[in-house]
Ligand binder design. Structure first.
Ligand code: G6P
Length: 369
């Protein structure tokens, strides 16, 4: 078993470290990036339908749902199409507004999640075009889709999803650019500028992985906390949800992910000197807003661990701990921020002596509704 783990302690750790490679493989495996534009070699069905589509409905469960929440920002920005993101088990049980102008997108690592598959079948019956983002070739959901974007993460063994998530997010980023081009909203110049940032991702993630010792020392310090709050805004709000989910899943530490600006409407009541607050605050259009949320936490004596862009001066004197990540455009900052949260959760669980790859009560793929 040690051999399969290639020297890592756990599959999850190995999979966290594989992300730079997995992202490169996913880009190479799906898209051609010629002349500052994105094209999908095998994407005719959706391509023909692009001009007739007026709405996108994304459905998924767990970590894949978080990828969907991020994709909404990408598609609205690049393609100016309305996007709804739903939890698969919620999707079916209400009056759906779906027709043949709807593109239904299922996001699923396994391609076998029962709730997601059932949602897909309902949408298909109502006439929607079906696309999926999936990591397993030949899985049920990929077989029932009109078009599939395969993530090339390779097998993911750890129950807590890591490389499947980041490859889903890059797939959806590229898909959003593709839609933007087809709909003549994203210019070639803009597309070229975004692609230049995309190709930096492996190196940006490597940089975060090189901060592993720092993150381990933070885990040593906080692994015995009973509660955690994760805060982020905009694209980093779903990362706050994902960071909290990961900590719950493998460390069994109660954690809540919240939109930073919404903190004052509830969770602020929980803040005292024992509560660690993990804040995702890279350079962004909402940086000042998140920074002021950090001050609100500090005023109430909360402990702040902030993920910030290298060279950030603004938060230095307010935060208790900082994890610096390389500068990258806001849309893609979710990659370095999520990797920091993955490493943190991993180390907490490992230090607590828990079964990182097989956490209690959880299954890698949930095939019952
Ligand atoms: C399970 C796994 C999660 C995963 C979710 C959705 O709960 O433990 O890691 O995010 O299912 O799985 P899928 O295969 O559809 O992405």
């Amino acid at each position: 078993v040690m051999a399969e783990k290639a020297g890592y302690n756990h599959f999850m750790q190995k999979e966290i470290y594989e992300q730079p490679r997995a992202i490169i493989d996913t880009i190479r495996g799906n898209y051609s990036l010629e002349n500052s534009s994105v094209s999908f070699p095998d994407f005719n069905i959706i391509k023909d339908a692009v001009k007739d589509l007026n709405r996108i409905v994304i459905v998924a469960c767990g970590t894949s749902w978080h990828a969907g929440l991020i994709a909404k920002f990408y598609i609205e920005k690049f393609a100016k199409m309305p996007v709804e993101v739903d939890i698969a088990s919620e999707f079916r049980y209400r009056s759906l507004v779906i027709d043949e102008k709807t593109l239904f997108v299922a996001i699923t690592q396994s391609g076998e999640t029962a709730d997601t598959l059932s949602a897909l079948r309902v949408a298909k019956k109502m006439g929607a075009k079906i696309m999926s983002v999936c990591n397993v070739v030949g899985s049920s959901i990929s077989r029932e889709s009109d078009s599939v974007i395969y993530t090339h993460a390779g097998p993911e063994i750890g129950v807590a999803s890591t490389k499947a998530f980041t490859t889903q997010v890059i797939s959806l980023f590229m898909f959003a650019m593709f839609l933007g081009q087809e709909r003549k909203i994203l210019s070639r110049d803009e597309c070229g500028r975004y692609l230049a940032e995309v190709v930096r991702l492996p190196e940006v993630i490597e940089n975060v992985l090189s901060k592993d010792d720092l993150i381990l020392s933070l885990a040593k310090q906080f692994k015995d906390a009973s509660d955690f709050l994760y805060l982020g805004r905009n694209v980093n709000f779903p990362v706050a949800l994902e960071g909290a989910l990961k900590l719950k899943e493998i460390s069994y530490i109660h954690a809540e992910g919240y939109a930073a600006g919404e903190m004052k409407h509830g969770p602020i009541a929980l803040i005292d000197k024992t509560l660690p607050v993990f804040v995702l605050c890279p350079k962004s259009s909402v940086y000042e807003k998140v920074a002021s949320n950090v001050e609100e936490v500090k005023t109430r004596d909360g402990i702040v661990i902030a993920v910030v862009t290298e060279g950030d001066e603004g938060l230095k004197d307010i935060c208790d701990y900082m994890i610096e990540i390389p500068d990258i455009i806001e849309e893609l900052s979710v990659f370095p921020t999520v990797v920091a949260t993955q490493l943190f959760s991993y180390h907490c669980a490992h230090l607590l002596g828990l079964d990182v790859d097989q956490p209690r009560n959880l299954a890698k793929s949930v095939t019952v509704e």
